[in-house]
Design a protein around this ligand. Structure first.
Ligand code: ATP
Length: 302
């Protein structure tokens, strides 16, 4: 038996716009995606002594059969690599579920990356990204990690200079929003102000948080913030707490604030914790430069 354990980072959308619709009804996006330190832990064990694909996950509400994104990733990889071994995946969920943070997508990306390491040279990098896109729109970005522009349904990626170490405060109220629900209700004509694409990209290139704040936005807020006024309140509280930028991630309901330094994000966490219901998830995190990576213990001064 062989095993590999990888960290599967969550993602946020620093900006998100809808630019059209595909013939099959899928919305075409323009979005800047960013990996953050908040992550699930994904252990993949393989070997001829294992049977089929098995998922172990302690978290509530996560399917452990073929509906699980990690299961689908394993099935696609093993078929593409033409390997008969069994796969046992253990998921340690830290990323809130159905939050707009791509938790399921990142688990799938980590399974693809782990299997690629366990069976090197069985699947080309190109095919690995093709399998990722087949699982879901965000899986390709999660496999790449860092900072990237996503187009198409999010799977056409252009890497951008990684914007690391930005302090983030994530705020998720105690309800889920499903992506399909938001897109069904989305009308571009009601979207209000849209992100300025060129200015967003320039801000990311220059790492200019003030310029990003002026140019950014998420058009899906026109659906989610209208349906859930609580989300507008969270956005306002983040701004009151000195966030340089406060935007919804993906289709929500997580709203995140980006801060100029760690002190500001720590103070904001205290402020929002006082103001919001107890069951709100309020987590500090930071932007990072990679996707799935090895879970190595921290060694100081190495
Ligand atoms: P995205 O931003 O990619 O749309 P999300 O953060 O909004 O993702 P997920 O946390 O990926 O949403 O979960 C969406 C649904 O997918 C959940 O209702 C859950 O039951 C199902 N699901 C399937 N596999 C997983 C997984 N490995 N982790 C979490 N949820 C999963």
């Amino acid at each position: 038996m062989k095993s590999q354990t990888l960290i599967a980072p969550a993602k946020i959308n620093l900006a998100l716009d809808v630019v059209g619709r595909r013939e099959d009804g899928y919305h075409l996006l323009w979005t800047v995606m960013q990996s953050i330190a908040l992550a699930d832990r994904v252990m993949v064990e393989v070997g001829p002594d294992q049977e089929g694909i098995k998922i172990t996950c302690g978290a509530a509400g996560i399917p452990s059969d073929e509906r699980n994104t990690a299961w689908r990733a394993a099935r696609l990889f093993m078929d593409a690599a033409k390997i008969q071994d069994g796969v046992h995946i253990t998921l340690e969920k830290n990323i809130p579920v159905a939050a707009g943070l791509a938790g399921g997508s990142s688990d799938a990306a980590a399974v693809l990356a782990a299997l690629d390491q366990l069976y090197p040279q069985h699947v080309s990098r190109e095919l690995l990204f093709e399998l990722a896109a087949r699982i879901g729109a965000d899986v390709s970005f999660c496999l790449l990690g860092g900072t990237a522009l996503g187009e198409g349904v999010g799977e056409i990626l252009t890497p951008l200079p990684a914007w690391e170490q930005l302090p983030i405060l994530l705020c998720k109220p105690n309800f889920d929003i499903h992506t399909s629900w938001v897109f069904k209700r989305f009308r571009l004509s009601d979207a209000g102000s849209r992100p300025d694409h060129r200015a967003v990209l320039e801000a990311v290139q220059r790492r200019d948080l003030g310029a990003l704040a002026e140019a950014s936005g998420n058009v899906l807020e026109s659906v989610s913030l209208k349906a859930y006024p609580e989300l507008r309140r969270i956005k306002n509280l983040l701004t009151e707490a000195d966030a340089a930028l406060a935007v919804m991630s993906g289709s929500g309901p997580t709203i995140f604030g980006v801060f100029r330094d760690e002190h500001a994000s720590a103070a904001a966490q205290v402020y929002l914790t006082k103001k919001l219901p107890e069951d709100t998830i309020i987590l500090r995190s930071k932007t990072i430069a990679d996707g799935p990576r090895e879970d190595t213990p921290y060694v100081p001064f190495s």
